[in-house]
Design a protein around this ligand. Structure first.
Ligand code: NAI
Length: 288
């Protein structure tokens, strides 16, 4: 398959990442299918896409005609049978069993050439591929949040990934306006491995009572970071960030430097998942 053969991209999971990835694909001219099992999430994604495109028009970065065309390229669907595409980008919750199940469902109804890309932050691509039909077409395509804005995309090659699949996803990332970096398969790949300590150490400071989360955020912002760790966890999703740390802790044989925070777990248990639920380390009144 070449880049020209890619007509339709299916994005699985319409949450924080899936919505942005789907918008990006449509903005780059692809017919895009955005699927979620949860109708409420899908509706939120539709509204968020409309608002995001309207902002681009307001800022003069897109015409109203283009806005209409981009929006009409996206099919929002809860029907898994509609998911027929040359490339599938999976952005469901960070759980291996869920990823295996949905990717095999998609594999069943698509030809063996369909590329199955995962937006996982931390789960080894080799482990995802091992239980999916045709592991050679399973690859990591790791976008950063917000997917429409952040330039970097990690393209991850699992042990079974065919080199031409990795190359094609690198070309696709460029077509999407991104800067791809190829990484071999390792827990957390490159960025999340390095960035883990930004979160883990900040949570330790909070647990030890060294400073409040507001102070830690202010201090790190003052030292040059665009966002502090707690603001960033709220943007990413406290639940997603916790799952990623937990997955990396296990993958590194319980190396204490990756130990997940009890405080963070409590936030997850309470449903304080950050911006997407209106409350995380900070409060987000509706419409804010
Ligand atoms: P999210 O929790 O916002 O969205 C996940 C969505 O998957 C939910 O809407 C849920 O309804 C849906 N879902 C669950 N099971 C499903 C199934 N069987 N079929 C279809 N949809 C299903 O999660 P988020 O943050 O978008 O993360 C998705 C993936 O992207 C994860 O693997 C995460 O590690 C990764 N990621 C997240 C980033 C972030 O900043 N949040 C950044 C980069 C990667």
């Amino acid at each position: 398959m070449t880049l020209q053969d890619i007509q339709t991209i299916a994005v699985i999971g319409a949450g924080t990442m899936g919505q942005g990835i789907a918008q990006l694909c449509a903005q780059s001219g692809f017919a895009t299918l955005l699927y979620d099992i949860n109708g409420t999430v899908l509706e939120k994604a539709r509204v968020a896409t409309q608002q995001s495109l309207a902002k681009l028009v307001e800022k003069g970065k897109m015409t109203a005609v283009e806005q209409e065309a981009v929006f009409s390229r996206i099919t929002f669907t809860q029907d898994v049978l509609q998911l027929r595409a040359e490339v599938v980008i999976e952005a469901v919750v960070e759980r291996l069993d869920v990823k295996h199940s949905i990717l095999n469902e998609i594999a069943d109804q698509n030809p063996p050439t369909t590329i199955l890309a995962s937006n996982t932050s931390s789960l080894p691509i080799t482990r995802i591929a091992a239980k999916v039909q045709g592991p050679e077409r399973v690859v990591g395509l790791h976008f950063f949040n917000p997917a429409t804005i952040m330039k970097l995309v990690e393209v991850i090659s699992g042990a079974a990934t065919a080199p031409e699949v990795t190359q094609l996803m690198k070309d696709l990332a460029i077509k999407l306006g991104k800067t791809p970096v190829i990484a071999q398969d390792a827990p957390g790949f490159i960025v999340n491995r390095v960035a883990r300590h930004f979160y883990v150490e900040s949570l330790k400071l909070l647990e030890e009572g060294v400073a409040s989360h507001e102070s830690i955020d202010r201090l790190l912002q003052a030292s040059g970071f665009k966002m502090g760790p707690f603001q960033l966890m709220d943007l990413i999703g406290v639940d997603t960030n916790y799952s990623v740390t937990s997955a990396m802790f296990e993958a590194f044989h319980q190396d204490p430097k990756f130990r997940p925070s009890r405080w963070q777990q409590q936030k997850v248990d309470a449903g304080h998942h950050g911006r997407k639920t209106g409350k995380g380390f900070y409060d987000y009144p509706e419409g804010s």
